[in-house]
Structures are given as C-alpha cells and as structure tokens.
Design a protein around this ligand. Structure first.
Ligand code: ADP
Ligand code: MG
Length: 222
C-alpha cells in the first residue's frame, strides 16, 4: 500500500514539485505517467525512502516514512522496496552473482547462493552468473538488475522508465517480465514512464483485475 497526502519535494536550487494525492492498494499495478521532467523519478525516490519529502505525508507498506531514522530507513528500504533504476547501477568490478550477493549483504543478510540462483533462473539468466556487467547485452543486464531488485522478495517493485531506449520487442519483454515477477510475488508494481507504448503492453487480463490503476498522471507546472 502506498498513500500520499499533499506530498511535495523541493530540490535545493531547483523546482518545487507538488504531487497529487495517491492511494495504491497492495498488489496493484500502476503506471506513473507524465512528460519528462514532471517528477516521476522524484516520486519514486520519495516512495523508496531515498529522499525525504519537504512537506506532506507518505505511508508505504504501513510505514509512515517521515518517522524513520537513517539506519532504520536503510534496512526497511532493503526489505520492502525493489527498485529497478533507469540506469541499472550494476557494479562493473563484480560478476552477476556477486552483484546480487551485494544486495543481500547490504540488507544485513548472509549471502544465500540458492536464493540468488533461484532469482536468476526465474528471469532466465542463471547461466550468466559468472559474467561481468560489461559482458551482458542491454536486455540481459536489465534482467539481472530486475533479479537483484526482487531478490529479497519486496512487497513493492518500482521501475523507472524500464523501456527507455528499447525496441518494440525488447520493450514488450521488459514489461512482461515486470508483470510476471510482480504477480509471482504478490508485489505492488509501479512503472514510471513517459513511453506511450507501455500502457498498450499491459495485457487485457491484467487491466481487468481490480488492482490495475491505469493512470496516475503527474503534471507539475515547472
Ligand atoms: P521525470 O522523472 O518525470 O522526468 P524528475 O523527477 O527526474 O522528472 O525531475 C523533476 C524535475 O526536477 C525536473 O524539472 C528536473 O529538472 C528537476 N530535478 C531533478 N533532479 C534534480 C536535482 N538533482 N537538482 C535540481 N533539480 C532536479
Ligand atoms: Mg525520470
């Protein structure tokens, strides 16, 4: 569940972004739409607890985020949020298996190779475990980053422009993987995108579900 009220964020020496009130039910699929620069990535960063709101209320997975202190916030974020950033941020010096292990260490867990293998297998990239990120295609790297995002079985998956710079076939693949992964884990899925193709890539059976909230349009006047 994600609930915001009168949420706003001001960048130091930048714009103040005022967000519409939002209620997203657990397990829902949501498209966060709007033109470039309207605040989609900022909204994801707020929900992920990466930045604190300047004003307003924000409750994510029953946790009022304003109340969390730094160390607690880090642990909470690692457990609750799976983030697929626009730039994948795979560590170039580490192989795929080590990149995923890093996510387990960062959350205070021990390395769990069986779990890593299961996450890679679910996305069809288990044979890439010993490769470095530079040895992956764009599509493979995105699958690895998604495996890392959902490794700790988060209740919420946030994806930032997952189809940016992908051709039609790869875009369909990326959206399909996100939907399948969220469904398999019962997770809430928020896809932030200015790509008009994405809405068309959500299949009718998903749109038919009660949980699908098609448009959460952000329109900030900048
Ligand atoms: P979107 O993801 O919808 O394209 P962003 O959330 O990235 O939008 O940005 C929203 C607005 O905030 C834009 O006007 C952008 O220029 C501005 N902005 C983003 N990051 C920063 C920053 N670090 N410092 C100042 N302004 C920023
Ligand atoms: Mg963005």
């Amino acid at each position: 569940m994600i609930r915001t009220r009168q949420l706003s964020y001001q960048y130091p020496n930048g714009p103040t972004l005022n967000f519409p009130d939002v209620d997203v039910a657990q397990g829902a699929v949501v498209l966060l739409r709007g033109p470039s620069g309207c605040g989609k990535s900022t909204w994801l960063a707020l929900v992920a607890g990466l930045v604190a709101p300047t004003a307003g209320e924000l409750t994510v997975a029953d946790q009022p985020l304003n109340a969390l202190k730094n160390a607690t916030a880090d642990a909470w974020r690692a457990r609750t949020i799976g983030f697929l950033p626009q730039k994948l941020h795979l560590s170039a010096a580490l192989d795929v298996q080590q990149n995923l292990a890093l996510a387990q260490w960062a959350s205070g867990q021990r390395e769990d190779r069986a779990r890593i293998h299961a996450a890679l297998s679910a996305l069809g990239v288990q044979e890439l475990a010993r490769r470095k990120p530079a040895q992956l295609s764009g599509g493979q790297a995105q699958r690895v980053a998604l495996a890392r995002a959902v490794l700790l079985q988060p209740r919420i998956i946030l994806a930032d422009e997952p189809t940016a710079s992908l051709d039609d076939e790869a875009a369909a693949d990326a959206v399909g993987l996100l939907l399948d992964t969220a469904r398999a884990q019962g997770a809430t899925l928020v896809i932030a995108t200015h790509d008009a193709r994405v809405a068309a890539l959500i299949p009718p059976d998903v749109k038919g579900q009660i949980g699908f909230q098609p448009l959460l349009l952000l329109r900030n006047k900048l």
